[in-house]
Design a protein around this ligand. Structure first.
Ligand code: BEZ
Ligand code: FE
Length: 310
């Protein structure tokens, strides 16, 4: 006797019961989490198709778009992640998996321009190697959730240059490892380095994701930011950004990465003695960004995000 069609009691596919029939085909999945993921995915996909009454042309266009998105990806470009970014999925996954409950610095997307091996640099070093942009002194302190300093914490930073490109996007144009550095916090958890005030820049928009943004009248810009990845033994790492208050795109980030608790002012310092002390031309800009990490075994407690005070 031939096998019964897959599904509950061999139930045949109908428009009305499509989701249940297809979900039932996964009922025997040995891994319970995989079963849950596929069942829910099928339910939501079928509900979407029914909601919009998807036409065959639209289905074909979607398949062609996804195919081009995959084909645009290679070792250095990840267009599928970029699609996830502009749909807000990357930020949602990031936020769900790094709830802080207000007891530590909030996280945001890693983005495609992090270097696994950032160049180690001394505290105070200037990471702006191309001489462009408005000079800025960046200071901060890494602490645990109760304000205890985390001596020796690693502070990995990277940012785009004043033309809006990361060094890896312009090999041979920018100096290698321009605007990136791996700093080790001092005995009091403090870090400081010289850089430039970041500027807003567009995400790569010459591929299928750019077509999607153009077709939906969305701009491709990210508000000005400096990336931080901060780690300390016994504590949960945080991947985050420092955003510039007043940036024109602060409320419309193309990848939805902005969180209120991560926005800072960059005041001007006009003090020749201080400028000489830190090794910057006078006047210069400053910003202070403290980072609080949860202990590795610590559950997030609910409350307001860690504030802007230093
Ligand atoms: C970035 O900030 O580097 C970035 C994040 C997501 C997509 C593209 C760029
Ligand atoms: Fe970035």
């Amino acid at each position: 006797m031939p096998d019964a069609p897959s599904g509950v009691g061999g139930e045949l596919f109908t428009e009305e019961r499509s989701a249940e029939v297809v979900a039932a085909s996964f009922a025997g999945t040995p891994d319970p989490r995989l079963r849950q993921l596929l069942t829910s995915l099928v339910q939501h996909l079928h509900a979407f198709v029914k909601d919009v009454e998807l036409t065959e042309e639209e289905w074909g266009a979607a398949i062609a778009f996804l195919t081009r998105t995959g084909q645009t990806s290679d070792d250095v470009r990840q267009e599928v992640i970029l699609l996830s970014d502009v749909l807000g999925v990357s930020m949602l996954v990031e936020t769900i998996n790094h709830r802080t409950g207000g007891t530590s610095t909030e996280s945001t997307v890693l983005g495609p321009f992090h270097m696994v091996e950032s160049p180690p640099r001394q505290l105070g070093e200037n990471i702006a190697l191309d001489g462009k942009g408005e000079p800025c002194l960046v200071t901060g302190r890494v602490t645990g959730p109760d304000g205890e300093p985390l001596a020796g914490a690693l502070v990995d930073v990277w940012q785009a240059n004043d033309d809006g490109f990361y060094d890896v996007q312009q090999p041979g144009v920018q100096p290698e490892r321009n605007l990136r550095g791996l700093f080790t916090a001092d005995g009091d958890g403090r870090f400081w380095f010289r850089s430039i005030v970041p500027r807003h820049y567009p995400i790569p928009d010459d591929g299928p994701v750019g077509e999607l943004l153009a077709a939906t009248a969305r701009h491709p810009n990210r508000p000005a930011h400096v990336h931080f990845l901060v780690t300390a033994p016994g504590h949960r790492p945080v991947t985050t950004h420092l955003f510039v208050a007043g940036d024109p795109y602060i409320d419309s980030d193309a990848v939805f990465g902005v969180k209120e608790s991560l926005i800072r002012e960059f005041p001007v310092v006009d003090d020749p003695a201080r400028a000489a002390e830190v090794g910057l031309p006078n006047p210069f800009r400053t910003v202070h960004f403290d980072v609080a990490l949860l202990r590795a075994d610590q559950p997030a407690v609910h409350g307001a995000p860690v504030g802007r005070a230093s």
